[in-house]
Design a protein around this ligand. Structure first.
Ligand code: ADP
Ligand code: MG
Length: 700
């Protein structure tokens, strides 16, 4: 690695000819501060001859096309309201008229005669060929007078930009000019960071070549090879980081749990049912971890209703048997309270002391809970994530169980560990995660699967119906309740606004209470209620005093009433697939036949429809998760920030699935051979930098 290369990468852009202080400032505003930022600002797409149509070859009804040419003439035409901006584009094979009726003053400033542009749009015949309001990019193309218009056989990169950049005339062409200037600098020389034999075996182009040709290349094939290399590198570096973290745990030693104790056997004896084979297997995996000096870092994946709670309790009791404390955290207060009730009920006969600590416990109650935990009276603490985030003092915490909803991704956990946590950790996900995402967001953890539902469950029958059937559905609901069923009626989030959300549920509640369901007891549950109120409603629902629970999405995760057999979701198309799967998981928990009815609103998009059809087709959580990931793309899957999935610049775990799996294999193999990367110091230093940056991005 050369020092001049490194210091050049860190150079500020203000030194680049043609940038200057004002433009440098605008660039910085778009996150482009240094030479390196600029080189890592990759093109959004590329234009080459094969994707460009010659004007002579335009055909009627050809749809959207891209034409590259020079503006031979342009200006405003017409007066006042009929005013328009016209530009004549010529590519040597013919001319095309570009017309703007809106934003004319902007285009007038953006385009001038002589500019070479790529214009995209659907041409139509109007005094020759015309394109209205085409999207366009100015291109940096050398003069070429070979008659027909060509741009030297080069692939033209189109850079993503912002409105601010464009306002400062920093369009794609300007960015290309800056980048090509940078690429000509003699100091630039990207070191080969990947092991040479890996590069050879996978036939990757070199790092330096890839970084150049991703910007400026002779052919689309060259661009493809450059991108392939860089995408692999991105995925490989993350997997290497995960692999390192996975093996580093081998070298740390926590305190192994030793004593057998009789708490767990007694718990199992008290349960009204035997464990499923999967529960037994997973508990063995967990106990194996806990008894080894290597700190446990395990992810438990199990579909809704697969019985994760008792598995968590088995782990917690193992910690308690050793005289240490365990903590279990849930993503919401309702869930924390439910865990508390269930766990306390199971622990009381064993003489195990459980304390609840949530954000809404204030004042004296909170003080008491804190003292119980700090003084060691508490053997199992139950709470929301605040339990560890707020630096609650434990006397001797041995195990943390995180019951989560994809809210605590790899980067968040990394920052947690930096605080010095070296505990046994068990993370439980509320729904299955597609494999590609699991090995990305949770790739440093050991994996356990609860792939078997308790016996006797009948799959929930799922149907979706249009809004016009709502009356008939509620009529049907009435009959079900008359026959003794308990039901959930869920109303969705309206435009992310909790207020409106609440109103929809409240209105429905009032209407049903005064009308169709007047003879029953109906409860209302929403996120704005105080904890004791929520608790009271949940309790009456569990006891069967309430037959119908009208609710916003607060019940989404984990609420467990085995006697509820009907789930009706209104405006179901507004929910994501994993949310719907969660909601459906609230029923079908007992041995009675259960129903899930999804009511679709009037404006049903094709995607909304596909979601509802997926739900009706399958109850397999893994299949639903895969569909969800495919439909939404990785960026959107859980909300990137929430999931803590690292943000890739080029890679996409859905599209690049095969490359991801390859990168994972290669990374874990390398770390197995060389656990500290002693033979690859350069790679090691890149990983450290990569991790720092990723953590920084999560913190931002
Ligand atoms: P989840 O995995 O969704 O957290 P829970 O732990 O809440 O699932 O369990 C769902 C329901 O199944 C609960 O009512 C629980 O008592 C019951 N259950 C758990 N394990 C078994 C089992 N082995 N046999 C029968 N019922 C079980
Ligand atoms: Mg649960």
């Amino acid at each position: 690695m050369s020092d001049s290369h490194d210091s050049f990468l860190a150079d500020r852009l203000v030194w680049i000819p043609g940038v200057g202080p004002r433009k440098a400032e605008v660039l910085a505003g778009a996150g482009l501060c240094s030479v390196r930022d600029m080189l890592e600002h990759f093109p959004r797409r590329y234009l080459d001859r094969t994707s460009v149509t010659r004007i002579r070859e335009i055909e009627e009804g050809c749809g959207e096309i891209t034409v590259v040419g020079r503006i031979t003439r342009c200006g405003l035409k017409g007066y006042s309201r009929r005013q328009r901006f016209e530009a004549e584009l010529s590519d040597g094979t013919g001319t095309l008229n570009l017309v703007w009726f809106r934003r004319t003053s902007w285009v007038r400033k953006a385009l001038e005669t002589g500019d070479v542009i790529a214009a995209s749009g659907a041409p139509r015949v109007y005094r020759g060929w015309q394109m209205q309001h085409p999207a366009f990019e100015k291109l940096l193309v050398d003069e070429d007078d070979t008659g027909s218009f060509e741009y030297n056989g080069q692939v033209v990169p189109i850079y993503p930009g912002t409105e601010e950049l464009r306002k400062a005339w920093l369009d794609s062409r300007a960015l290309q000019r800056i980048v090509s200037h940078i690429l000509k600098d003699a100091r630039l020389c990207f070191p080969e960071i990947l092991p040479p034999d890996l590069v050879a075996r996978l036939a990757l182009v070199s790092h330096d070549r890839a970084m150049r040709e991703v910007h400026i290349a002779e052919s689309l094939e060259a661009v493809g090879l450059a991108r392939r290399r860089l995408i692999f590198q991105e995925l490989f570096l993350l997997q290497l980081m995960l692999a390192l973290r996975h093996t580093e745990r081998d070298e740390r030693s926590g305190r192994p749990f030793g004593s057998e104790g009789d708490l767990l056997p007694r718990l199992l004896q008290d349960l009204p049912w035997p464990l499923t084979g999967a529960q037994q297997r997973v508990i063995d995996e967990i106990l194996g971890d806990m008894r080894s000096p290597r700190p446990m870092n395990r992810l438990l994946q199990g579909d809704v209703g697969s019985g994760k709670t008792v598995v968590a309790l088995a782990a917690l009791l193992t910690a308690v048997s050793d005289g240490r404390q365990g903590a279990i955290m849930a993503p919401t207060e309702i869930l924390a309270e439910q865990h508390f009730r269930n766990i306390d009920a199971l622990c009381a006969p064993l003489g195990v002391r459980v304390t609840l600590l949530t954000g809404s416990r204030k004042g004296a109650k909170r003080q008491k809970a804190l003292q119980e935990i700090a003084g060691g009276w508490t053997q199992i603490a139950v709470g929301t994530h605040a339990l560890i985030q707020e630096s609650v003092d434990f006397q001797d915490l041995g195990l943390v169980v995180i019951d989560e909803q994809h809210r605590f991704g790899v980067m968040q956990r990394a920052s947690l560990r930096r605080k010095g946590e070296d505990l046994d950790t068990l993370v439980m996900t509320a729904t299955p995660i597609p494999r590609t995402l699991a090995i990305t967001a949770y790739g440093d953890m050991d994996l356990s699967l609860l792939d078997e539902l308790p016996p006797g469950r009948k799959p929930v029958r799922t149907e979706w119906r249009p809004e016009s059937k709502r009356g008939a559905i509620l009529e049907w609901l009435r009959e079900q309740v008359l026959e003794g069923a308990q039901a959930y009626l869920v109303y969705p989030l309206v435009e992310e606004s909790e207020k409106l959300d609440l109103r929809a549920a409240e209105e429905a509640y009032e209407e049903l209470r005064g009308g169709l369901l007047a003879e029953f007891d109906i409860g209302l549950l929403h996120g704005r209620m105080k904890a004791p109120e929520k608790d009271a409603v949940m309790q009456s629902f569990l006891k069967g005093e309430i037959q119908v629970l009208v609710s916003t999405t607060v019940i989404e995760v984990g609420v467990d009433n085995p006697r509820a057999t009907v789930m009706i979701v209104d405006h179901a198309e507004r929910f994501g697939l994993s949310q719907l799967h969660q909601l459906r998981g609230r029923v079908g928990r007992g041995s009675d036949r259960s129903w899930c009815i999804l009511i679709a609103g009037r404006e049903l998009s094709a995607e909304g429809r596909e979601r509802l059809e997926t739900m009706a087709r399958t109850t397999d959580g893994f299949e639903i998760a895969e569909t969800d990931l495919r439909m939404r793309g990785s960026g959107d899957f859980f909300g990137v920030r929430q999931s803590g999935v690292p943000l890739f610049k080029l890679a996409d775990i859905v599209r690049d699935r095969e490359t991801l799996l390859l990168a994972r294999d290669e990374a874990f193999r390398l770390v197995e051979e060389d656990p500290r990367l002693q033979k690859h110091p350069l790679l090691r230093s890149w990983i450290d930098r990569y991790l720092d940056e990723a953590l920084q991005r999560v913190a931002d």
